[in-house]
Write a protein that binds this ligand. Structure first.
Ligand code: TRH
Length: 378
């Protein structure tokens, strides 16, 4: 039986644990690999993995062994394959147990920048050990993108099946009737985004809009817009053509469904960004803020890659909308322009989703790469 250790440090937000949890489950369910996931903050992880008991130091959830990684954690052996997520730095005691024949991989952050291809699968020496860099990416010269084998099919099913949509709608007590003609939007962003501007623009739209907001750190901003001291899951707020419904923080599976049934998705960071692509709907991505405008460089690289080949007018509105969203000022005209192009963007996104989904997914690429290393084929 194959066995991987994955180390995950939750820096802030949910992206690190979101990616690690998804990868761990896919390795087990699709590649029959036993995974031990070491997490440095079980309390935060519990939001993403509700079945987790944060008081237990080690436990099995969805066939993944999850263990606390803190100052009290002792290690007596290293796995044959070790995945260090996002340069989180393995514990010193564990490092001492790694043998040269073990495969040690650093799973990197995702970027569409051209340099990624050249750095993917490169390695560096750490004493007698080799650390290998595995880069996710948008081309087949990179590690690819996380995607479960049935994801696209499941997304398409719920996006087109009335009964499934109604069931989901009832489960979350969604404000709209699926057929009411309102434009459905999901909103997940960092609190520094121009949320007030966006909601103002939405109230001025000529279309009815229902905006679903899962409960995250942006709720105070949304409450502020409606002149409320606070809002919470279950609240519904209306102004002019806009209705906002606050949802609980969803399970990853339900969040996927929400993205699939919405017409436009606002996403952020790393993992929700990719899920929005797999949902095949127009989306606006807010990259994680980094110094020296690194996030803006990352965003430009992605827009260049993803929208190359898109109708020029639609492409320019996407670029304008993204620039407005990251530079923290959005005008009603920018939003209206974007809405006017949503039909073209929907068709284009669906096409890009199919192209990307034809590439090998990240978990499969990773397993193939690791197998080759174990057999000294690289
Ligand atoms: O939370 P994030 O901002 O994470 C970020 C990024 O990963 C960033 O690159 C990293 O450097 C930083 O963390 C430390 O956004 P992201 O990546 O989209 O992760 C959110 C996860 O939460 C994703 O797995 C989707 C999930 N999610 C739910 O499960 N339910 C929800 O209701 C929502 C809104 C999100």
């Amino acid at each position: 039986m194959k066995y991987y250790d994955i180390f995950c440090k939750i820096v802030d937000n949910f992206g690190d644990i979101g990616v690690c949890w998804r990868l761990a489950r896919q390795l087990k369910s699709e590649h029959n690999i036993d995974v031990q996931l070491w997490i440095d903050d079980l309390n935060i992880a519990k939001q993403m993995i509700p079945a987790l008991d944060a008081s237990q130091r080690t436990q099995l959830v969805d066939n993944i062994r999850i263990s606390a990684w803190d100052a009290n954690t002792r290690f007596d052996h290293a796995a044959d394959t070790i995945i260090e997520a996002f340069g989180c730095e393995l514990p010193e005691e564990y490092m001492g147990l790694i043998r040269p024949e073990n495969i040690w991989i650093n799973l990197e952050y995702l970027s569409a920048e051209p340099w990624v291809e050249g750095f993917h699968a490169r390695n560096s020496k750490r004493g007698h050990l080799t650390r290998r860099f595995f880069f996710p990416g948008f081309t087949d010269k990179t590690g690819g993108l996380l995607r479960e084998h049935d994801l696209i099919q499941n997304n398409q099913k719920i996006a087109t099946n009335h009964t499934l949509q109604t069931d989901f709608s009832q489960q979350l007590n969604l404000v709209t009737n699926i057929d009411d003609g309102a434009l459905k939007i999901s909103l997940f962003s960092y609190p520094h985004a121009p949320i007030n501007d966006l909601l103002t623009a939405m109230t001025a739209s000529d279309t009815e809009i229902t905006c679903y907001v899962p409960a995250t750190s942006i709720l105070p901003k949304v409450a502020d817009f409606f002149g409320k001291a606070s809002i919470s899951a279950g609240d519904r707020l209306t102004r002019n053509s806009l209705t906002v419904q606050v949802l609980p923080f969803l399970s990853q599976a339900d969040y996927d469904k929400l993205l699939a049934i919405c017409d436009i998705n606002f996403v952020r960071g790393e993992d929700s960004w990719i899920r929005a692509i797999w949902a095949g709907k127009p989306f606006i991505w807010q990259p994680y803020w980094q110094t020296e405008d690194t996030h803006a460089i990352k965003m430009k690289a992605f827009l260049d890659v993803f929208y190359s080949g898109c109708d020029e007018t639609a492409k320019q509105t996407v670029i304008k909308m993204h620039n407005a969203w990251v530079t923290e000022q959005i005008s009603t005209a920018t939003w209206q322009d974007y809405l006017n192009n949503v039909g073209v963007l929907k068709a284009f996104t669906t096409q890009q989703t199919s192209i990307l989904a034809a590439q090998t997914d990240l978990a499969t690429n990773l397993v193939i790469y690791i197998e080759k290393l174990h057999h000294n084929n690289i």
